[in-house]
Design a binder for this molecule. Structure first.
Ligand code: NAD
Length: 330
């Protein structure tokens, strides 16, 4: 089978590709496992080569909002699409036109190209808990209305509705996952307002100093890279009947304060790592983070078999194992 990952040069896209190569199969349209023959990594930048070259990987560089390019990506033998390409939260907020271009026009172009295939492909779309905002209940449920308060959140909410409608029409077999903040993200800080949540763990463990721009009581809804990749694959492999008329859900996560994250770092790695965090509150970041939902009751997702991490200690230990070869830098 042929699998397309948009945003395939990005953080989650690469992790997902690696896991799919390792697994070697996905559910086909009839629900039975099928061997993956090709994974196409589509991105505006060329995906860097994988440490272990694999003949099943193809790289295509271009703009997903360019209809001609995206139509060319979705060759008739495409079975499944993971649509992850996006301009992330703070970048979409800073540049309205860019956010609309990639997150809205790009999503539309991807879905239209899918619609033109002879058989409706399975499409898994990366949405975000940023679709919620404003006056929210203390615990968000599967019934909480989408009331985004950022352009990024609006673009993701529209994407979800399109995935729902095109599935209802039978153009695609879509699924949309509202992702919590993913920690610990490897690499460098990015333009997401949440980037510090990874920095305060990743940098100290890599022997560097990190700046924490919020107070210890700031809370967020988290999921690890391992679990988010599992969730994408699980979402893909569930039959259409498990989704029914509602193709979107909020992924399970854990609600943790920044202070508790630091305690986890202390327990898992030790005091000398915690000392590398400098607390420098930034009013802008504090205000953005304070507006984010952090407590959910994701019953539908749990019933459908999606899983959260046990706790932050487990997430940090997994990061040390996966990204630091089992040993933090002293
Ligand atoms: N990581 C998180 O905490 C998180 C939380 C909620 C939602 N999400 C969503 O999950 C998805 C993946 O996130 P990520 O953390 O891997 O982000 P990322 O920024 O690492 O990856 C996104 C990729 O999209 C690519 N891209 C941007 N514009 C493009 C265009 N016009 N055409 C083709 N490719 C383009 C970028 O080059 C990048 O490689 C995104 O849709 C994001 O909005 C992520």
């Amino acid at each position: 089978m042929r699998v397309v990952i948009t945003g395939g040069a990005g953080f989650i896209g690469r992790h997902l590709a690696r896991k799919l190569l390792e697994r070697g199969e996905l559910a086909g349209a009839d629900g039975k496992p099928r061997k993956i023959g090709e994974i196409v990594l589509v991105d505006i930048v060329e995906a860097a080569p994988f440490p272990k070259p694999d003949s099943r990987l193809t790289v295509m560089a271009g703009d997903i909002a360019d209809e001609k390019f995206t139509a060319g990506v979705m060759t008739p033998d495409t079975d499944s699409v993971f649509h992850l390409a996006a301009v992330v939260s703070a970048a979409a907020e800073a540049d309205f036109d860019l956010g609309m271009h990639v997150n809205l026009d790009g999503t539309r172009a991807v879905l239209e190209a899918c619609r033109k295939l002879s058989a409706p492909p399975r499409v898994v779309f990366a949405s975000s808990v940023a679709v919620f905002g404003g006056d929210m209940p203390s615990t968000l449920t599967d019934q909480t209305a989408l009331t985004p308060q950022t352009s990024y959140g609006v673009q993701k909410a529209i994407g979800e509705l399109l995935v729902n409608d095109m599935s209802r029409k039978g153009f695609i077999d879509g699924r949309a996952l509202r992702l919590p903040t993913i920690v610990v993200r490897p690499g460098k800080p990015n333009k997401a307002a949440s980037t510090f949540a990874s920095s305060i763990i990743r940098e100290p463990l890599a022997g560097q100093e990190a700046v924490c721009p919020v107070e210890a009581d700031a809370r967020m809804w988290y999921l690890s890279p391992r679990r988010v990749v599992e969730a994408f694959i699980h979402a893909h492999d569930l039959p259409a009947s498990a989704w029914g008329w509602n193709r979107s859900l909020t992924l399970p996560g854990i609600d943790v304060s920044v202070g508790d994250m630091v305690e986890s770092l202390r327990r898992v790695a030790g005091e000398r790592f915690v000392k590398r965090i400098r607390w420098e509150p930034d009013p802008v970041i504090k205000r953005i983070v304070a507006g984010w939902p952090y407590r959910f009751a994701p019953e539908r997702a749990l019933k459908m078999g999606f899983k959260a991490d046990k706790n932050m200690d487990e997430i940090i230990a997994a990061h040390i194992e996966d990204e630091l070869g089992g040993k933090p830098v002293d």
